[in-house]
Design a protein around this ligand. Sequence first.
Ligand SMILES: Cc1cc2nc3c(=O)[nH]c(=O)nc-3n(C[C@H](O)[C@H](O)[C@H](O)COP(=O)(O)OP(=O)(O)OC[C@H]3O[C@@H](n4cnc5c(N)ncnc54)[C@H](O)[C@@H]3O)c2cc1C
Length: 444
Amino acid sequence: MEKETRVADVVIIGGGASGLAAAIELGMKVPALDVLVIEKMPEPGRKIRATGSGRCNITNTEAAGFNRIMEFFREIGLVTRTYENGLVYPYSESAADVVALLLERAASLGIRFACGEELMSIKHMPASLVSDPLPGSSNVFQMETVIKDRDGMHSIVTQASFVIMAMGGKAGPTYGTIGDGYRIARNLGHSVVTPAPALTGIECEEWDEGREPCGITLGGTRSAGVVSLYKDPKHVFGEDTKIFEEAGEIQFTRYGLSGICVFNMSRHMRYDRRMGEGLDQFLVRADLFPDGDIAEYIRDRQNGKFSGTPAGEILRTVLKEPLADYVIKAADDGPDEEGRVIADRPVSSLTDEEIKTIARNVHALEFSPKQIRGWNDAQVTMGGVSLDEIDGATSESLLVKGLYITGELADRDYQCGGFNLSNAWLTGLSAADDIAAAVSSKGE
Ligand SMILES: Cc1cc2nc3c(=O)[nH]c(=O)nc-3n(C[C@H](O)[C@H](O)[C@H](O)COP(=O)(O)OP(=O)(O)OC[C@H]3O[C@@H](n4cnc5c(N)ncnc54)[C@H](O)[C@@H]3O)c2cc1C
């Protein structure tokens, strides 16, 4: 295989959110630096384009480093809008515009890009062993990348004084992230907390072999509610075992549960099969009528003009039809002596016990997680390069001087709402600032 060689001052692996922020910041702070971004996809920023359903929720007023992130975007000329709930979007609400602006700024600062090129390995040696190291660098890095094209494999060796690994995690593999960074970080001596998909839907046992619960098509139904997660290896799931609760829109799908509150819940469902743990230690309860008391609502209608109305119809005045049908069917013990199911019986005929069961289903409808949706559906990765081995302020590796590990590649993940991109921008900026300070203080 033919091998080319090239040199740069700083090499950034990964042209995603973190890598692009780092490259632009370096270009602005130290224009003389030769910065090369290596990106395995045909162009940089593919995942950014998909964020926020194409609108790009760039940050959140509550995110760590919010002011620093906003300062960066103001500096590169992005106009933003902030919603009452703290979510910040580009004013145009177009993720493609954010990518276009980042790439335009990078180009105007002379940042070089090598796209369609995949990093295979990084080696490092003390800078004292090379004749002309960059001021401030302690190590010199040698990276091997490959380009696969119609003519076969083409290999390039790149030498640099600083390397930023901004290679993302494993979530969203169609955007280029399949976890390459973990292997490379391990080869450099780092440990990796086992990655798992997060911010994703939850498949539930109640959807038995593809059949929807009680034969009722819940898929496609959305309901405001509160989801709670219980964790108890003994499967008792008392109130003291509740580990998460969030109000929001619960989306019922063809496999189970989805929606932002469910995505956020998925981050709390870590388990280790090697320790004999399984998803059966978790239970989800959903309150579909958090603003009222369904038992009281039913009892109020047992006398007076609604007393003859079928119980199922009464529930449909509060819940969406498939959910009303499900909670009442799940409470049904079978037809009465006249052959009627609960849903068809007049509300006045419901016993206290039946009302209690319906109320339990409405306020604490139970779902048993069977599987967390995989990498293709996940928005983020839980786990990654251990934070014990990374300087939290600069993103520099504590094991290899001059190596920086930023963004989702490190073991950090956050809830929905702009926090994950915030982490990517902020850690990219901190790495760039640290390199800029190192080379400037040595007279670059
Ligand atoms: C569908 C979707 C929607 C999302 N929406 C939001 C949102 O609205 N707000 C929010 O805060 N977060 C959102 N996220 C999460 C957010 O996009 C990520 O956390 C963030 O992009 C991580 O940035 P990063 O730079 O660390 O990694 P990435 O953006 O994943 O970039 C890593 C880059 O490295 C490249 N790479 C990987 N391996 C190699 C290799 N061997 N050689 C060369 N290049 C390599 C990849 O191709 C990729 O371009 C969303 C995620 C998804 C999947």
